[in-house]
Design a protein around this ligand. Structure first.
Ligand code: ADP
Length: 459
């Protein structure tokens, strides 16, 4: 077993701070990297050391610059790099480069990143593990005729997905045959420019599914546990907005089937570190695999709240070589793991709901957050005087609430959102308040169409 003395986080914003906190609690020294544009970003000041990267480069390119980041890591004798989510987190090449340089990449192996980074390969892996996948083409689509054949077979509407897509991008719904040819051509060219890989495949577009995902932890010794599920059905245009754990709409038998399926898949794949297996669940209670995210996710917080397991610390310990069964890990055996109460997470963003959720930039003239018992805040640079730049994503703060019952957790969330005072930059807080007090939200029985089909939320 190793013990890391120093960890570099190749990321910014709230997730960088989240990881620094985990390191600090484990007695590990922390290193931040930041760009010129992030000169005043809080993550820079939350680490023990901080180094400027990507001088003269674009704000995003800088955080994607493997050479630069590895050079900083080597110069400052870093043992391991945590990539967070986004940026280099799902870049197999980066994980490999770290390995070659003798730096531990805190995440799965390059092979696993590769396998799950390609959704077509991931579907094949799921099928091998005996897990139902959304009906669709087994391989990338080679021609329009082939696409037509599959679409005919599964029936419209269908969804075209980029094999290397992610983050809600690279998907296109095709309602009928007339639009297929054009959609395939566009999807391919978009996929090439956005993800560097033109491969697209077809899935049947399921009507009103729920998005349910299972959190997994796996070590290098063959131990795998699941930390139950999150319900991420509250989405706007296929992007998660509010997440809930555990789900209110799963029967106990469906829950255990899905958790077992996720476990089996990750065991079969010989996966290691934290990962999430995502499923869609149809109204007739059938579940279908969609993808694996081989990294920590934004919504990991709510799983931590209902299980008590620190997922980021677990990632670090696993990378140090600890077994999940080691008492120091703080991860109970599967049969001793249970969920306690309910947790809800809202993604507060600097977006203007009145202008179609356009990201806003500017100075936070005032910033006061909510808080209190059962509230957790994970923020990047949210403070009075902070400048929100247009260079990065618009996530301002993740607000998570926890309580013994779902209703209490929802009321706590509403109360906390109402306590926020943010001036200078528009946010989606009013919109989130509308969501968490809506009767459908309170019933716990929502699917991925809820936001898009509920116009009163936008008032
Ligand atoms: P990404 O990797 O970009 O997040 P996913 O494959 O995870 O994309 O899908 C994101 C969301 O898109 C899902 O949660 C769901 O709302 C919707 N979606 C994806 N595939 C389908 C499908 N076959 N039928 C219906 N909705 C889908």
């Amino acid at each position: 077993m190793m013990h890391f003395s120093k960890v570099l986080v190749a990321n910014r914003g709230e997730i960088a701070t989240r990881i620094f906190r985990a390191c600090a609690e484990l007695g590990i020294r922390t290193v931040a990297v930041y760009t010129e544009q992030d000169n005043l970003s809080l993550h820079r000041f939350k680490a023990d050391e901080a180094y400027l990267i990507g001088e003269g480069k674009g704000p995003i390119e800088a955080y994607l610059d493997m050479d630069d980041i590895i050079e900083v890591a080597k110069r400052h004798e870093v043992d391991a790099i945590h990539p967070g989510y986004g940026f280099l987190a799902e870049n197999a090449e980066f994980a490999k480069r770290c390995q070659q340089e003798g730096i531990v990449f805190i995440g799965p192996s390059p092979e696993h990143i590769q396998m799950f980074g390609n959704k077509v390969d991931a579907r094949e892996m799921a099928l091998k593990a005996g897990i139902p996948v959304v009906p669709g083409s087994p391989d990338p689509i080679r021609s329009v005729e082939e696409a037509e054949e599959f679409a005919e077979k599964y029936g419209y509407p269908i969804i075209i997905k980029a094999a290397s897509g992610g983050g809600g991008r690279g998907m296109r719904i095709v309602p009928s045959q007339g639009e297929l040819k054009d959609a395939i051509e566009r999807a391919r060219s978009e996929a090439k420019s956005a993800f560097g890989n033109p491969e697209v495949y077809i899935e049947k577009y399921l009507e009103n599914p729920k998005h349910i995902e299972v959190q997994i932890l796996a070590d290098y010794h063959g131990n795998v546990v699941h930390l139950f599920e999150r319900d991420c059905s509250i989405q706007r245009r296929h992007q998660k907005v509010v997440e809930v754990a555990p789900s209110l709409s799963l029967t106990e038998s469906l829950r255990s089937k899905m958790c077992d399926a996720a476990l089996n898949l990750m065991k079969k794949a010989k996966y290691s570190n934290a990962g999430t297996v995502e499923f869609l669940v149809t109204p007739d209670e059938k579940f279908y695999f969609i993808e694996v995210n081989p990294r920590v996710q934004l919504e990991h917080t709510i799983t931590e709240m209902i299980t008590g397991v620190d997922i980021v610390q677990s990632q670090i310990r696993i990378s140090e070589g600890y077994a999940l069964t080691d008492p120091e890990m703080g991860v109970p055996a599967q049969e001793d793991l249970f969920t306690h109460g309910y947790a809800i997470q809202c993604r507060v963003t600097t977006e203007d709901p009145a202008r179609n959720f356009m990201p806003e930039a500017g100075k936070l003239v005032a910033y006061r957050s909510g808080g209190g018992f059962g509230i957790r805040l994970d923020s990047g640079s949210a403070y009075t005087g902070a400048v929100i730049t247009p260079h990065y994503d618009s996530l301002l703060v993740k607000v998570s609430s926890w309580a013994m019952t779902y209703e209490q957790a929802a009321r706590k969330m509403l109360r906390t959102l109402k306590e926020f005072r943010i001036r200078g930059v528009k946010t989606n807080i009013q919109f989130l308040e509308n969501v968490v007090q809506h009767p459908v939200f309170l019933s716990g029985r929502y699917d991925t169409s809820f936001i898009d089909n509920t116009p009163e939320l936008f008032e």
